[in-house]
Each structure stands twice: as structure tokens, then as C-alpha cells.
Write a protein that binds this ligand. Sequence first.
Ligand SMILES: Nc1nc2c(ncn2[C@@H]2O[C@H](COP(=O)(O)OP(=O)(O)OP(=O)(O)O)[C@@H](O)[C@H]2O)c(=O)[nH]1
Ligand SMILES: [Mg+2]
Length: 150
Amino acid sequence: MKNIIFMGKTSSGKTTLCQKLDELEIQYKKTQSIEIYKNAIDTPGEYMENRALYNALITTAVDAKVVAIVYDATQEENYMAPGFASIFCKETIGIMTKINKLDKNQIDLGIERLTLAGVNKIFKVDTIDDVGIDELFEYLNEIRSLEEKY
Ligand SMILES: Nc1nc2c(ncn2[C@@H]2O[C@H](COP(=O)(O)OP(=O)(O)OP(=O)(O)O)[C@@H](O)[C@H]2O)c(=O)[nH]1
Ligand SMILES: [Mg+2]
């Protein structure tokens, strides 16, 4: 079982997070289908943008301990339906990316949307500038060690 599955709209920063977690070179690569990394499961943005593809997200999420909704507040559209997190029946977190590019209004709106979607916890990160990544990784290590303990 993988630690985390990333889902969120196109260009929200899912693959970049996968590369960061696996300590790979950060390199742009459009995700065309579900991809398995050492520490994470990556999904294409289209799966979040098209409700007909939610089933693929639900079935793939079974193989992860935590669901992460990756939210890019530099994009105005919101693809997260209220209560979206409840379809997974497992710990669901929100990760707001590109935080260094955001103003306060964008951050507040992002928090409101992620909260409405039903996430348990929100991380604010900039994967490229290495902001907030340590907190996210610490949280993932905690999840991993809890799992080993019980
Ligand atoms: N400044 C900044 N750029 C980011 C961040 N995360 C991702 N990017 C950039 O955003 C672009 C898209 O990132 P990806 O990680 O490929 O996005 P994705 O969510 O995997 O997109 P799809 O595969 O299309 O679903 C790339 O050019 C990244 O370099 C971030 O935290 N800060
Ligand atoms: Mg991708």
C-alpha cells in the first residue's frame, strides 16, 4: 500500500510533489494515466475535472493510506464538489501548492473550498521554492510509523 495518492486539477502540482517525495529531479511531465511512484500514486488532472472519471479515483485510492487533494489557487476554477472527500472513507488532506505566488484572498478562498470539500487538514506548500514541504513530509512519516506500530 502506498502512503498517499495525489488528485487535483491539471497543472496543480501533483507530479512535482511525487518527484519531490521520491527525491527525483523536478522535471515537467504531463501525466497521461495513473502512475505509481515509490512513495505515492499520481493521477492525471482530467480524472478530477471530469466527474465520469471519479470511479478511477475511488478505486485507485483504495491502495493509499491518505488521499491528498492538490489545490492550485492560481487557477480560478474550482472542481471540488462540497463533501468530495467523503467518497473515499479515509483520511483526506488538502495541499495548497504554489503558495509563494498567492495573495491573501486566494489563500482564504482556497482554505474555504478545501474545507467545504471536507479535508481533515490543509498544508500550504511551494514545491519549487521548498516551502512547507518539511511539514508535509513529517506528517507522512507519522502516518507511516503509526501504520508500522499498529
Ligand atoms: N511555483 C510553483 N510551481 C509549481 C509548483 N508545483 C508545480 N509547479 C509547476 O506547475 C506546473 C505543473 O506541475 P505538475 O506537477 O506537472 O502538475 P500536475 O498536477 O501533475 O498536472 P497534470 O499531470 O496535468 O494533472 C509545472 O510547470 C511545475 O513546475 C509549486 O509549488 N510552485
Ligand atoms: Mg502530473
